[in-house]
Structures are given as C-alpha cells and as structure tokens.
Design a protein around this ligand. Structure first.
Ligand SMILES: Nc1ncnc2c1ncn2[C@@H]1O[C@H](COP(=O)(O)OP(=O)(O)OP(=O)(O)O)[C@@H](O)[C@H]1O
Ligand SMILES: [Mg+2]
Length: 168
C-alpha cells in the first residue's frame, strides 16, 4: 500500500479544513455502490475517521456524529441506504480477531465497509477496493489520494473527481 503501487485512475486532492474533508467523504458516499470496500490509510490524526463520517453521511447514515472510531469494539454498524460497517484496526493484534467478527461479510457482503488502518491486514484485503491514503500536510491541510484496485473503483473515483471539481 505504498506510493509505488499507485497507478492509473488515481485522484489526488488537498483539503484545507475538517469540513472540506467531510464534504469530500459525503461526495464519495453518495456514489459508492453496495459491496464497496474502502481502505483508509494514514497516521494518527490524518483524518480517516472524519472522512469515514462523511462517507457514512453520503451513504444516508442519518446521524454522522454517531460515526466515531470503533477502536475498542473493532466494528460499528450503521444503517444507511445499505448496511455500513466501520472498522478501526489500530489495536488489532492478529487477524484471527477480525475473522471472528465476520471479516468475510465485510469483504463479500452487500454492505459498504470502511476500514481505518487497513494496511495492517493488507494481505487479507479484497482485490477490488478503493484505497485512500491521507497525509498530514499542516494543522488544517491534508493530502488525500484515492486509488482504485480493480475495475469498479476506477469509475467511482473518476466520478468523485468529476463531482469534486464541479463543486470547487
Ligand atoms: N483538512 C483536514 N481534514 C481532516 N481532519 C482535519 C483537517 N484539518 C484538521 N483536521 C483535524 O485532524 C483530526 C483528524 O482526526 P481523525 O480522528 O479523523 O483522524 P484519524 O486518522 O481517524 O486518527 P486515528 O488514527 O487516531 O483514528 C481532527 O481533529 C480534525 O479536526
Ligand atoms: Mg480514526
């Protein structure tokens, strides 16, 4: 999950406030089809949870404020247009723990799955996914890079880029 693997179809942008990251997330949530898997990668405070909040909002989860890092329970489930699963693997010690809570459902199920610290289980991620790398640039600026893995992600990211630029 490093920069070298970034290929065609990548969309990179910089947000200049938390609100902007939320807005970007909402746009993505509005276009994600059921079955999507989003791998969120970035250091502490990069903005993974904030982006996940926006995505959940865009997916129709009524109360975005409910969306917080599920650090202790590993997974939170919200009800949007489809089931939304939000995982935070920061404290994950071994893969068995996520297998126990039903990893297969997150990977193959009809819901949308958002995973913070997805790089911790890189080997076990579905081949088709959207990878999002968030980088801290300054107190209020984040570089956010969306890269598709597999064909469906390419269209989604292209649409996201289109909508984001139209809004700007
Ligand atoms: N442009 C920005 N985008 C996102 N967050 C920002 C931005 N500017 C400032 N912030 C702040 O950075 C913090 C991001 O926190 P968030 O919980 O989303 O990070 P995280 O990547 O989930 O961290 P963790 O690994 O600890 O869960 C928030 O306090 C937010 O207000
Ligand atoms: Mg977080």
């Amino acid at each position: 999950m490093n920069g070298e693997k970034r290929g065609k179809g990548t969309f990179e942008t910089t947000t200049e406030s938390p609100e902007e990251t939320l807005r970007l997330g909402r746009l993505l949530g509005e276009i994600l089809p059921p079955g999507s898997f989003v791998a969120l990668v970035g250091i502490l405070g990069a903005g993974k949870t904030l982006l996940a909040k926006g995505i959940a909002g865009g997916l129709g989860v009524g109360n975005e404020r409910e969306v917080t890092s599920p650090s202790f329970v590993l997974v939170n489930e919200y009800r949007g247009r489809f089931p939304v699963f939000h995982l935070d693997l920061y404290r994950l010690e071994n893969f068995a723990a996520v297998e126990e809570i039903g990893w297969d459902e997150f990977v193959c199920g009809p819901g949308v799955t958002l995973v913070e610290w997805a790089d911790k289980v890189e080997e076990d991620l579905p081949e088709e996914r959207i990878e999002v790398h968030l980088q801290w640039l300054s107190e209020e600026e984040r570089k956010i890079v969306f890269s598709p893995r597999g064909t469906p992600g390419k269209k989604i990211i292209a649409e996201l880029e289109h909508r984001w630029k139209k809004e700007a």
